[in-house]
Design a protein around this ligand. Structure first.
Ligand SMILES: Cc1cc2nc3c(=O)[nH]c(=O)nc-3n(C[C@H](O)[C@H](O)[C@H](O)COP(=O)(O)O)c2cc1C
Length: 167
């Protein structure tokens, strides 16, 4: 798939098979994350947590109190340094998640943004600690990744964002 096709056809996937990601798939996705633009190239302000342990995924899902992991075998949580500028942290996180989603789609995997990782998970300090997220970092958001449970129709290209031009 070329880059434009991957970007314009990607869809959020909300149903997965239990099939694990291969090491090669995970490496491809992480390399995409590591290639993201980051404000001021301050890479140390961001932290990733890759969760593939079924019991831990179940624990997170139970804490969310709704099925927001959709049976996926992997969740990547993006955290940011607590004392760093929030705008930069969330913008960085968006760049990282988008790179991950495009890369996953490109290699035939599905993914969906996991807002709960930043909205709900931080309320459980013990679980955040168990996930090995450093003390001075806070979870901002996450992305669920796996093999789609059923065929996903490709997104159709439409100009969905109101756009004005100054020429
Ligand atoms: C900031 C952000 C938060 C999102 N949170 C969730 C979420 O918590 N759960 C979910 O299923 N989808 C979530 N999404 C996915 C959007 O619903 C999805 O991208 C949108 O409906 C467009 O569909 P598409 O991704 O298939 O093009 C989120 C997307 C973004 C950018």
């Amino acid at each position: 798939m070329n880059t434009q096709e991957a970007i314009t056809t990607r869809r959020s996937v909300r149903g997965y098979t239990p099939e694990e990601l291969t090491e090669s798939e995970l490496n491809t996705i992480l390399n995409a994350a590591y290639s993201s633009p980051i404000a001021g190239a301050r890479y140390k302000t961001m932290h990733l947590t890759v969760i593939q342990n079924k019991d831990v995924l179940q624990k997170i899902s139970s804490f969310y109190k709704a099925d927001m992991l959709f049976g996926a075998p992997a969740l990547i949580i993006v955290s940011g340094q607590k004392d760093f500028d929030d705008t930069a942290l969330f913008a960085n996180a968006g760049c990282i998640i988008e790179n991950i989603q495009i890369s996953a789609w490109d290699i035939g995997l599905g993914s969906v943004f996991n807002w709960a990782a930043g909205k709900i998970l931080p309320k459980n300090e013990v679980l955040v600690m168990e996930l090995g997220i450093p003390d001075d970092f806070k979870p901002l958001c996450g992305v669920v990744i796996g093999h789609p449970a059923k065929e996903v129709s490709k997104r159709e290209l439409k100009a969905v964002l109101e756009t004005n031009y100054i020429r």
